[in-house]
Write a protein that binds this ligand. Sequence first.
Ligand code: R5P
Length: 291
Amino acid sequence: MADLDGLKPNKEFFTDVPQETEGFFLKGSNQLDWGMKNRLARIFNPKSGNTVMLAFDHGYFMGATTGLERIDQTINPLIPHADTLMLTRGVLRSMVPADTPKSIVLRVSGGPSILKELSNEGIAVDIEDAIRLNVCAMAVQVFIGGEYEKESILNMTKLVDLGNRYGIPVLAVTAVGKDMVRDAKYFRLATRICAELGAHYIKTYYVDEDFDTVTSCCPVPIVIAGGKKRPELDALKMARSAIDEGARGVDMGRNIFQSDSPIAMLEAVRAVVHEGASPEAAFELFNSKKG
Ligand code: R5P
């Protein structure tokens, strides 16, 4: 029987205080459902509004990429220093400790290897498995201007439908063919198409000229990929410029795990992304933590 004796009487109804109706800190995301927002808030830090995603999904088409030969040895020590891990389900299940508190962005597109036409991807993970793995977002490659442009866009829209059904955001990854020009005009086109067709946030590359026009006309958050390994100071300068020009974070792989000191580099990138550090100050931090 319910214990009804000695119940405390109601005391304060705050009748003259309107209920708080908070907005959501990420652009274009305020009208999403609770589960979707909660997952996004586990990827993006609500305080800074930004994210440091550690990308190590390269093996899904490149095989054992330099720095990823033994993920248990090289990547697992980095996990505590990242906000989010971007990886495949194979690596997640085989290498990443299940007690990690980090949010997971699961690579769900795939198919061709570097030996074939890369744009010919399909959806390579069932939504049920993404749910089973408790992921915070699903990442799909979109090849605007590529041979299989339409198919890759439809992969994304299918995932958006599934993601909306279960409250899992979709990260559209804009992939650029080798012979295509990487400039603001191209990325404005690619990111806008992905956003219009429902992606919840978008990964793109940083470009030196007019990157702010890419972020400004994209209605949802943008994060940048790191791209090929470059000197640490250059990578930190790129991250600083991207954030200053409207990106909400980085999804960085090779510039972290191929650094001579990956933990120091990850900490330096965090200082830029979350604390507003200048590239020079972050580079000093990198040098002080190196080794
Ligand atoms: C491509 O392999 C993946 O989408 C990577 O996650 C992405 O390119 C980010 O990695 P990186 O910083 O090495 O370019």
